[in-house]
Write a protein that binds this ligand. Structure first.
Ligand SMILES: C[S@@+](CC[C@H](N)C(=O)[O-])C[C@H]1O[C@@H](n2cnc3c(N)ncnc32)[C@H](O)[C@@H]1O
Length: 268
């Protein structure tokens, strides 16, 4: 079972837009470090609701262009509705083939995509073949197994543990961030440079909602994999309960460490 796990697309796109509030600042810094700059033509893989496509479009400016490729037509529709930027184009397509996408891009980027693919190295190799020699391949992926709260509490441990178990049983890579370097090498690419960053905070603004956002959305997968029932998880109240737990323990919340990896495509 390795197809994308979040089947309710309208809810999923809403979730991705919200998630962007936490991840976009990190991704913007990564894309800058990777050299995404004015005038470039960039391909964004697994564009979802379009967050990374829009970040890249901001950096390439009016003289550049970004193409977002996404398998789900409903997501493409939503992403198109979210922008009227003339330098953005969204296409329905599968990143494992990219067969309707032309070549010669200056860069290919992706975020939180490779963890869902059965063969991330093959996808990177395919993506790199659409980039000109000297162009950039850049991926941003999470280490979802890292402790999300300090101190750990039974509620946090249970919810996070169910989340990790469901992902593992479904065959997804929960620690894709640390797996990026070997995946780039297995794709035949030069060893990438790495940047690791996350968001964190305590008190009433602790980003517990960020974890509830993704853990709650995993309830159907937990049920399918026999890990927990939706009633046990109770997604509707999860954010409030996780935050109350943090406040009760004077604790804090950590986002998943996000590894950014980037390299340049060698000449053939
Ligand atoms: C977690 S979302 C990330 C979306 C976006 N990159 C972001 O960070 O906001 C992963 C996206 O990849 C898409 N996806 C998964 N497998 C795909 C494939 N084989 N080809 C194209 N898109 C795919 C999913 O439909 C989903 O929209």
């Amino acid at each position: 079972m390795t197809s994308y796990p979040f089947a309710d697309r309208a809810a999923e796109d809403e979730r991705l837009v919200a998630q962007g509030r936490l991840f976009d600042p990190l991704t913007r810094r990564l894309l800058r470090r990777a050299g995404i700059a004015p005038g470039m033509r960039v391909l964004d893989l697994g564009s979802g609701a379009g967050n990374v496509t829009r970040l890249a479009a901001e950096l390439v400016g009016p003289d550049g262009a970004v193409v977002g490729v996404e398998r789900d037509p409903a997501a493409v529709e939503l992403a198109r509705r979210r922008t009227d930027a003339p330098n953005i184009e969204y296409r329905v397509g599968d990143v494992r083939t990219l067969d309707t996408i032309g070549g010669g891009f200056d860069a290919v980027v992706c975020r939180l995509l490779l963890m869902y693919l059965p063969d991330p190295a093959a996808a990177l190799r395919r993506a790199a073949s659409h980039v000109r020699p000297g162009g950039v391949v850049c991926a941003h992926e999470a280490d979802l197994a890292y402790a999300p709260a300090a101190p750990a509490t039974p509620l946090w441990d249970r919810a996070h543990g169910w989340f990790l178990d469901a992902l593992e049983k479904a065959g997804f890579e929960r620690r894709m961030g640390p797996a990026l370097f070997p995946a780039f090498r297995a794709a035949g690419l030069p060893g990438p440079r790495l940047l690791v960053e996350t968001f964190a905070g305590g008190g009433p603004d602790a980003p517990a909602w960020g974890w509830a956002n993704v853990i709650g959305a995993t309830a159907p997968l937990m049920e399918r994999t026999g890990v927990a029932t939706a009633a046990e998880l109770d997604p509707a109240t999860l954010a409030d309960r996780l935050l109350a737990d943090v406040l009760a323990h004077d604790g804090c919340v950590f986002g998943p460490p996000m590894t950014g990896a980037w390299t340049t495509v060698p000449s053939p």
